[in-house]
Design a protein around this ligand. Structure first.
Ligand code: NAD
Ligand code: UGA
Length: 434
């Protein structure tokens, strides 16, 4: 099939590359000309494991193309996916749909045949209908249907998640739209991935409900971790103990510094706004958002406590800045709040992140960026493990001890075992473990 993808960010580029790997002919469109120039030159503008190879292979085969010209991109397309950003709208927290509506308008003005427009961006209930009305007004001469197909991939494992999802959710209003989506996803249904067909409103809400539920789950275990710290229980053992119950499940029960990223924070806030609009309060999600926001700053205070109550003029070294490993994405990363709290209390901050430096430099001021983990920790009073990149899991502890001014480690991801660290001579603090 001939497909066009509007927006070549994390979701658009991964979807485009994976659809072309399925055998479809895909053109990816982005208004950012620099992004398109890079992609045409074989450079990947984001860090996502495996994406480089997938894009190169499919570009070489001629099945994957890039353009900044929407007309050229959607020409002859049987389906056009909108995968542009839906950030929090400044001031009120609603999803900012201006990029989606602008993309819908541009696509409608550019298509040359009847086709299916699919919203892949995360959008509030009712957006597919709005897109349909924009398109119908602009092109009464064509039959253009609109469907919803939210994306559930995670950054860092995006290709695996796209190629082997737990399910594909499609919101459609007609059998012909269903047939198009069935064809597009045929390689997955052959692998017995469930394809769930629902109406557009349900599809849109499934996406927000899934993200909110996962955010609640993480926040729940984070609060249990706090209780563990006060009672002497061990949060990892509690998580194992509850996770063995199939009704609960073991995933997304890792206590940490609070969830971040480009999605959970903005999507939980947007869901609260939808709930407000429909006068249907969601107090559990509200509490989750509040607790998570407080938690990120609380992590800064945890470091201050570990430093003996003050970080004034002390050097604090952070390992990992991105919101999770295997991405360069810094959006809403807990590291941002932690750095601010530490700097507000007079600390000098040094940091190392394997892929996040370029984005981190745009967001963080007065941070000294090191070339590797050991460079960051030289003469530091406290070493803080913020993101669990694999390369931080087996640090040379003797070297760490020699480099630090005081052998203090705050491990916000529970990468190390407390008894091992104490035996190695560190003052060691982690999350929810005695
Ligand atoms: P992103 O910010 O990385 O990329 C969006 C891209 O769209 C940018 O490159 C931008 O230049 C481009 N764009 C904006 N307007 C355009 C237009 N009119 N025409 C062409 N290109 C345009 O965003 P993302 O992280 O890929 O997220 C996209 C959507 O997918 C969001 O709604 C997000 O919530 C959702 N989502 C993201 C993830 C994730 O892991 N990042 C996972 C699932 C769903
Ligand atoms: C999340 C969802 O997992 C995806 O299904 C969804 O498609 C995506 O949001 C989206 O809508 O954009 P992502 O944000 O890439 O994916 O990463 P996650 O692995 O979910 O992690 C999110 C945050 O939660 C990170 O800060 C991570 O460190 C934190 N987390 C996750 C925990 O603190 N504990 C856990 O057990 C799991």
């Amino acid at each position: 099939m001939r497909l066009a993808i509007i927006g070549t960010g994390y979701v658009g580029l991964v979807s485009g590359a994976c659809f072309s790997e399925f055998g479809h002919e895909v053109t990816c469109v982005d208004i950012n000309e620099a992004t398109i120039a890079k992609l045409r030159a074989g450079e990947i503008p984001i860090y996502e494991p495996g994406l480089d190879e997938l894009v190169k292979r499919n570009s070489r085969s001629g099945r994957l193309k890039f353009t900044s010209d929407v007309r050229e991109g959607v020409k002859d397309a049987e389906a056009v996916f909108i995968a542009v950003g839906t950030p929090s709208r400044r001031g009120d927290g609603h999803a900012d749909l201006s990029y989606v509506y602008a993309a819908a308008q541009q696509v409608a003005e550019s298509v040359t045949r009847s086709c299916l427009i699919v919203t892949k961006s995360t959008v509030p209930v009712g957006t597919a209908k709005q897109v349909a009305s924009i398109v119908a007004k602009s092109r009464p001469d064509l039959t253009i249907e609109v469907a919803s197909n939210p994306e559930f991939l995670r950054e860092g494992s995006a290709i695996e998640d796209f190629m082997r999802p737990d399910r594909v959710v499609c919101g459609t209003e007609s059998e012909s739209a269903q047939a198009v989506l069935r064809d597009i996803y045929r390689p997955l249904s052959l692998r017995e991935v469930p394809i769930l067909f629902v109406d557009c409103e349900t599809s849109e809400l499934i996406k927000y409900a899934a993200n909110a539920f996962l955010a609640v789950k993480i926040t729940f275990i984070n609060e249990i971790a706090d209780l563990c710290e006060k009672t002497g229980a061990n949060v990892q053992a509690v998580a194992r103990g509850i996770g063995m119950d199939n009704r609960i499940g073991s995933k997304f029960l890792h206590a940490g510094p609070g969830y971040g990223g480009s999605c959970f924070p903005k999507d939980t806030t947007a869901l609260l706004k939808t709930a407000e609009d429909f006068e249907s309060p969601m107090q559990i999600v509200k509490a989750t958002v509040d607790v998570n926001n407080q938690r990120k700053r609380m992590m800064g205070r945890k470091v201050i406590a570990a430093a003996g109550g003050s970080v004034e003029d002390k050097k604090i070294a952070l390992l990992g800045l991105t919101f999770k490993p295997n991405t360069d994405d810094m959006r809403d990363s807990p590291a941002i709040d932690i750095v601010r709290v530490l700097q507000d209390h007079g600390a000098k901050v040094s940091a190392f992140d394997p892929e996040g430096r370029r984005q981190a430099e745009l967001l963080l001021e007065d941070v000294e960026f090191a070339e590797d983990a050991y460079g960051a920790m030289e003469d530091a009073d406290v070493l803080v493990l913020v993101t669990e990149w694999n390369e931080f899991r087996a640090l040379d502890l003797d070297r760490v001890k020699r480099l630090l001014k005081t052998p203090r480690i705050v491990d916000l991801r529970n990468i190390y075992r407390p008894e091992q660290m104490r035996a190695a001579g560190f003052e060691y603090t982690s999350i929810g473990r005695p």
